[in-house]
Design a protein around this ligand. Structure first.
Ligand SMILES: Cc1cc2nc3c(=O)[nH]c(=O)nc-3n(C[C@H](O)[C@H](O)[C@H](O)COP(=O)(O)OP(=O)(O)OC[C@H]3O[C@@H](n4cnc5c(N)ncnc54)[C@H](O)[C@@H]3O)c2cc1C
Length: 373
């Protein structure tokens, strides 16, 4: 069987690792001219670690990652709204960790990076008699039995097979960077303000991963110098957030982005199948991007190993649809919950919900982990 994987991010590289040993002929292409990674660091909840275990990669990840014990939601004053231990069932099925994105991608790309064809992307895809004809930017056309779209939230492949499927914007601007740990022993903490939020997540004994966001209807914050605008927006946040923003300089590497979400979660278009963010790209409220992507590719690889192609694809679609659809909806809901903070009554409702139910992401993780055998 001839398979084309479009995109060499988390989903594409992990799928290549699973499909190669099955004896398929697998091409993996990447639009960029080099293999990089964007986004400072990445948090991996327990289901991501379980999926990495299936890939035989949990040990190398644990060796480079930092394991956390609890999650807290707090106000900008640092007053706690709710906290939850990650050592109770079902959260304790595997460790919750975080690590530098580069480290995760080096692990996923080990021994396969040279197989990625860089500077390559599909210009056109035609399907006929269970054959997928892909015309590349080079002008060359190749026939495949299966094309896997692993080309991220803005997936060009998705937009070739599904009309009107460009992602929607949440009108939320965000920044991500790594900085010195402000307080020894700090655990992941999410500070929720009026129209902004800030997360501090430890990634080692010395460093933390910071994520800040603000509602940005007209994109004005995205066009200003990141380090300055972060200091302005989060100026009224107490320590430890203030410790993470006061020392920012123009030289600090900061990843700027805007939150988007896919319009729907259809995964199968005859012999073109969607995985990763191409299928379920959404805000990182549940930090499920990598976990869901790795679950996708394990499910797809298991199905391809077990069934003939058409049945395998149907099985993949059946197995994944409900879980990824719920995850996208819930992630979008949490972003909206944060947005309630703009009015006093909204803040009251949001804070009461967090106090009563616990950290919103922990509530979501419990459901996702309960569903797993
Ligand atoms: C602000 C933010 C914070 C996040 N934090 C977390 C987190 O803490 N934990 C977590 O699990 N997830 C997080 N995520 C989500 C996570 O980053 C993604 O879910 C994950 O990277 C998806 O991997 P992917 O391989 O599907 O897509 P990507 O990582 O986007 O990879 C797609 C690849 O395809 C390539 N490509 C694009 N178009 C083409 C084309 N036409 N042809 C060929 N190649 C192409 C790209 O260059 C890229 O290499 C976050 C996302 C955001 C926006």
């Amino acid at each position: 069987m001839r398979v084309l994987i479009v995109g060499a991010g988390v989903a594409g590289c992990a799928l290549y690792r699973r499909l190669k040993p099955l004896g398929f002929t697998v091409d993996i292409i990447e639009k960029s001219s080099m293999l990089g990674s964007e986004g400072a660091a990445i948090c991996l909840p327990a289901n991501a670690m379980l999926a990495l275990k299936k890939l035989g990669l949990s040990k190398p990840v644990l060796d480079l990652a930092y394991q956390v014990d609890q999650v807290e939601y707090a106000l900008p004053s640092s007053k706690t709204l709710a906290s939850a231990s990650l050592h109770t069932a079902p959260l304790n099925k595997a460790p919750f960790v975080a690590l530098k994105r580069d480290d995760l991608m080096s692990i996923l790309r080990k021994d396969m990076a040279a197989d990625v064809q860089l500077n390559s992307w599909p210009e056109d895809i035609k399907q006929d008699n269970n054959e997928v004809l892909v015309t590349f930017q080079s002008g060359e056309t190749t026939s495949y039995d299966l094309v896997v779209a692993a080309d991220g939230i803005n997936s060009a492949v998705r937009q070739m097979v599904q009309v009107d499927s460009a992602p929607l914007s949440h009108k939320v601007t965000n920044w991500r960077y790594i900085t010195k740990k402000p307080v020894a022993g700090i655990q992941p903490t999410y500070y929720v303000g009026n129209d902004s939020a800030f997360m501090i997540y430890p990634i080692s004994e010395e460093e933390v991963y910071c994520y800040g966001q603000i509602i940005d209807e007209d994109g004005k914050f995205a066009s200003l110098p990141s380090y300055k605008v972060i200091q302005d927006i989060f100026a009224n946040y107490a320590s430890p957030v203030s410790d993470c923003i006061n020392n920012l300089t123009p030289e600090q590497p900061i990843v700027l982005g805007q939150l988007k979400t896919v319009k729907n979660t259809e995964s199968l278009f005859n012999r073109v199948v969607l995985v990763g963010d191409a299928l379920h790209g959404c805000p990182p409220s549940l930090q499920q991007g990598a976990g869901m992507s790795l679950e996708d590719i394990n499910c797809l690889a298991d199905a391809l190993e077990q069934y003939e192609l058409a049945e395998a694809l149907k099985h993949y679609q059946q197995q994944r649809t409900a879980r990824v659809t719920w995850t996208v909806k819930e992630s979008n809901k949490i972003i909206k919950l944060a947005g309630l903070g703009r009015s006093p009554i909204g803040r009251f409702i949001r804070n009461t919900m967090i106090r009563l139910k616990g950290p919103a992401n922990v509530v979501g993780w419990r459901k996702l982990l309960n569903e797993m055998e």
